[in-house]
Design a protein around this ligand. Structure first.
Ligand SMILES: [Zn+2]
Length: 60
C-alpha cells in the first residue's frame, strides 16, 4: 500500500504530490520527497525544497 504525501511551497502554495512527481522537471511520478534532488526548485516560483512543508502539518 502506498502512502504518498504532498508538500506545499510556503512561498506560492504550489503542491508537490509524490504520486504525481514533476515529470516536466525530471522528477518521475512516485518519487518520494527525500528522493527529489536538492537542485529541484518550485516550478511556479523557483523556491528551493527547503521552502516546502508537509501538507499535513499546515492543514486543519
Ligand atoms: Zn513556489
Amino acid at each position: 500500500m502506498t502512502d504518498y504525501k504532498k508538500y506545499v511551497c510556503t512561498i506560492c502554495g504550489h503542491i508537490y504530490d509524490e504520486a504525481e512527481g514533476d515529470p516536466e522537471n525530471g522528477v518521475a511520478p512516485g518519487t518520494r520527497w527525500e528522493d527529489v534532488p536538492m537542485e529541484w526548485v518550485c516550478p511556479d516560483c523557483g523556491a528551493s525544497k527547503l521552502d516546502f512543508v508537509l501538507e499535513e502539518d499546515i492543514s486543519d
